[in-house]
Design a protein around this ligand. Structure first.
Ligand SMILES: Cc1ncc(COP(=O)(O)O)c(C=O)c1O
Length: 456
């Protein structure tokens, strides 16, 4: 079914001399030439000049369809007009004040109206900060210090949620008693002891662990569809058990929707029937500017209230609720009406169905997960049910690297690891381009792909 590739999108990318020059200068000022660990370099990073809608243009003028969207933030693509105009207007009137603005009430109202269980909101600057304050809020509310998280799940850079973020078969321990694996050398032992590691979709383990440890656990933090842990959907029975057990052991549920709020008008918890006490948000609610938010049940959110003196949990932040992020967020969220989400769902369904069909036709060792505007291609035959099923061997990793490079050569940025997102400026043409390119990859790299299944 491989169609003629969209000629406009397909192009060979020459070695990027300006990117090479920039990288040479960057090596002199950054520890490894980059300013964050997530920058892809293969062999060097692509330096970007500008973005427009669904496309990025590097400093050498090459055009790329962007399936990264600044780590899923840019749900309207680049330089979305309403955001640009709102930010220009606000910038001319001041970029930050120590006083509140009327605009922050509007963005908070949008979240309270749309997201079930969000009765009250506090704004911060990043998803990491949102997760940090949600955990502190759960501690302040319950008087307990520990947290429970799911192996492999990414929740930003607060120490407790970094535990077992990068666990591997060498160190993750038995399936019925996962180890607390440090992310970096020198991670405090106390943090490891205060973090209980669970496995996604494993109800038996959840029951056993909360029975034994619920008395010191303030909250279970769960990303309803953890991206780095596989972009896998929760089993309905699993979420029901999570509710029942958390209520029974007086443990709060924090839904980390920093990434997955983009799954629907009412967010991801609503989509999967999760009823959290606290929700963390970020990415799309800032329209492309830095933001984070903690929302939740009125009773729990009262820990932030200073109405009758010192709050149970003080939360500040020089740039929290800064008007630039707020007006950008309002413009982005207003444009995300139910019809926009329905359209993204349709595009996502079409893409996942196309990719699955191509895989089936070629009997290739790949499987696709994801939902809404998110998708991930795994180099394996069986759909993973949880993080441990997603572990890849060197041959599989090599094929994922080749896949990313292949897409890049053909003018599409597919993040390494093949977890990617769509955006509202995309049309069916872009979806078909991605599908066709994947078909071509399977055709041209059949030999590499065969290596995946060769005995080691
Ligand atoms: C689920 C989740 N939580 C938290 C974060 C951290 O957000 P930030 O990078 O804005 O600190 C991320 C970022 O990718 C995320 O995906």
């Amino acid at each position: 079914m491989t169609r003629q590739l969209n000629a406009e999108v397909r192009h060979e990318t020459p070695a990027s001399t300006r990117s090479e020059e920039a990288y040479a200068r960057a090596l002199a000022v950054f520890p490894d030439g980059t300013s964050r660990v997530t920058i892809e370099r293969d062999p060097i990073p692509k330096y970007m000049g500008r973005g427009e809608g669904a496309y990025l243009f590097d400093v050498d003028g090459n055009r790329f369809l962007d399936l990264n969207g600044n780590f899923t933030t840019l749900i309207h693509g680049h330089a979305f007009r309403p955001v640009v105009e709102a930010v220009y207007r606000q910038l001319a009137s001041g970029s930050c004040f120590a006083n509140p603005t009327q605009m922050e009430i509007e963005l908070a109202s949008i979240l309270c109206e749309r997201i079930p269980n969000v009765d009250r909101v506090r704004f911060v600057n990043t998803g990491t900060e949102a997760v940090m304050f949600a955990i502190k809020a759960a501690r302040a509310f319950t008087g307990k210090a520990g947290i429970a998280k799911f192996e492999g799940a990414y929740h930003g850079a607060y120490d407790w949620v970094e535990v077992s973020q990068s666990a591997s078969p060498e160190n993750w321990g038995p399936a019925d008693d996962p180890a607390s694996v440090p992310l970096y050398k020198g991670m405090p032992e106390s943090v490891l002891q205060e973090t209980l590691v669970l496995r996604f979709n494993d109800t038996e383990l959840l029951e056993k662990k909360l029975q034994a440890h619920g008395h010191w656990i303030a909250a279970v933090i769960i990303d309803p569809m953890p991206s780095r842990a596989g972009l896998i959907a929760p089993n309905p029975g699993f979420l029901e058990a999570l509710h029942r057990l958390c209520r029974h052991h007086s443990v709060l549920i924090i839904a980390d929707e920093v990434l997955n709020l983009r799954q629907g008008y009412h967010g991801a918890s609503a989509r999967y029937g999760l009823k959290p006490d606290l929700i963390t948000m970020g990415k799309i609610i800032g329209g492309g500017l830095p933001i984070g938010a903690i929302g939740g049940r009125e009773e729990v959110m009262q820990v932030f209230s200073a109405k009758s003196g010192r709050p149970l949990l003080p939360q500040g932040g020089t740039f929290s609720a800064n008007p630039l992020s707020i007006v950008a967020g309002i413009a982005a969220m207003r444009a995300l009406d139910k019809a926009a989400f329905a359209r993204l769902d349709r595009l996502g369904d079409r893409l996942r169905a196309n990719l699955t069909e191509i895989i089936g036709q070629r009997d290739a060792p790949f499987v696709v997960t994801g939902s809404g505007s998110l998708f991930r291609i795994h180099p394996m035959r069986r759909k993973p049910r949880e993080f441990r099923d997603t572990a890849t061997n060197p041959a599989q990793n090599a094929v994922l690297g080749t896949l990313s490079r292949f897409f890049s050569r053909h003018g599409v940025i597919l993040p390494n690891g093949a977890a990617a997102c769509l955006s509202t400026p995309m049309e069916e043409t872009e979806i078909d381009t991605i599908s066709d390119l994947f078909g071509l990859f399977l055709e041209e790299h059949a030999a590499d792909i065969n290596n995946i299944e060769k005995p080691e």
